[in-house]
Design a protein around this ligand. Structure first.
Ligand code: SF4
Length: 368
């Protein structure tokens, strides 16, 4: 960090939280799981169940994508007790499309535990971290937002804001302890929950990855990156390693009435417990099985296209084959009726596969 930035940092630390909170009071996002500052001032309190649910969902995807899933979950299961009482399969189905399915299993395990626990969710970071599926970030977020604990909540948005405020030149991976230490210093004793959410909102709406709107920023006077004239330069990142590419084939067997042949993946491992069409193994070998010869049974398989999907550790390319098939489902498989497919626990990659073979099949409730 340059000496100039250090001076700015020490000179302005105490102002940042108050400027940010004033901005948040006027410009916070309305989110279905959030209790707005005015309501908090009137005595409303966040529901830890809703805060927990939203934070687990937000680890996977964007706020916009999470809203519909969140509303669906709280409509179906308005309390942690209701979620605990739900069949695991129903929860997996409602989660389908959010990705990282081990987290859906942990969500259910956590609900089961909290529902049996006197007093519901623990109200400290340490207590929360003992629950399934709750890591350091989620524990800090719940402790701050649901229980107004002065926890340092550092997500991707906050990292971006902090690296810009203080012109942190260290690449992001190595800079995390420094960022956390700076956030810990910034967290105010009054309204720490609103402060955490204000930082997130600032990163999401003003201090955006591209073209930050610095003119509207409540902490621009304290920002070091703006002096350098190129805030987009932060956070500094090392060049990414390319992900390995795996290949395979997927087979969409369609019955005359529009039903599609599915099976359940093993409970453990990638996409554990989710639903899929028959596929080959996904292999990194250049000569991996990607043709109709690898089909699980003979049929008039036709190539319906190729789809790509990127997982955390590898990219996947699947050749999709489609065939009309009749008769009983083979052992370990089942027919999903056309109007039921959209309700199956299909991960996004499998939705892409089925859509390549039967456009619209996973979106609308088809009757055939
Ligand atoms: S002034 Fe610009 S770069 Fe600095 S924190 Fe605000 S939006 Fe981000």
């Amino acid at each position: 960090m340059a000496p100039l930035d250090q001076t700015r940092k020490t000179g302005s630390l105490s102002n940042i939280a108050s400027r940010l909170l004033a901005w948040y009071d006027a410009h916070h996002r309305d989110l279905p799981w959030r209790v707005a500052p005015a309501a908090l001032a009137r005595g409303a309190r966040p529901d830890p169940y809703r805060v927990w649910l939203s934070e687990v969902m937000l680890q996977q995807t964007t706020v916009e994508a999470v809203k519909a899933y969140f509303r669906n979950f709280v409509e179906k299961w308005p309390t942690v007790e209701a979620l605990a009482a739900a069949p695991a399969e129903d929860v997996m189905k409602a989660w389908a499309g959010l990705g990282y399915y081990s987290r859906a299993r942990n969500l259910k395990a956590c609900a089961d535990l909290v529902a049996r626990r006197d007093g519901g969710f623990p109200d400290t970071e340490a207590g929360l971290r003992e629950l399934p599926g709750i890591g350091a970030y989620t524990a800090a977020a719940i402790a701050a937002i649901a229980f107004d604990r002065p926890a340092a909540v550092v997500d991707g948005n906050v990292e971006r804001v902090m690296t810009r405020l203080y012109s942190i030149e260290t690449p992001l991976g190595e800079a995390k302890p420094e960022i956390r230490a700076l956030v810990e210093k910034l967290v105010p004793q009054a309204r720490p929950g609103d402060f955490a959410q204000a930082m997130m909102d600032l990163g999401a709406t003003i201090c955006t990855p591209k073209r930050p709107r610095c003119m509207l920023c409540p902490v621009r006077e304290d920002c070091s990156a703006i002096l350098g004239g190129d805030p987009e330069r932060f956070p500094v990142r090392l060049p990414k390693d390319e992900k390995p590419l795996r290949k395979g084939a997927a087979f969409v067997a369609e019955r005359g009435d529009g039903a599609v042949l599915l099976r359940k993946r093993p409970d453990k491992g990638l996409l554990g417990g989710m639903t899929e069409v028959p596929t080959t193994a996904w292999t990194a070998r250049a000569d991996g099985a990607t043709t109709a010869d690898a089909a699980p049974f003979p049929a008039d398989w036709r190539h319906a296209g190729r789809i790509g999907h990127v997982f955390t550790h590898f990219a996947l390319e699947l050749d999709v084959f489609h065939a009309p098939v009749g008769g009983d489902a083979p052992a370990g498989h089942f027919w999903s009726l056309a109007h039921e497919i959209s309700g199956e626990a299909l991960p996004t990659v499998m939705k892409k596969v089925i859509e390549a073979a039967i456009p619209g099949a996973t979106k609308a409730r088809r009757m055939k």
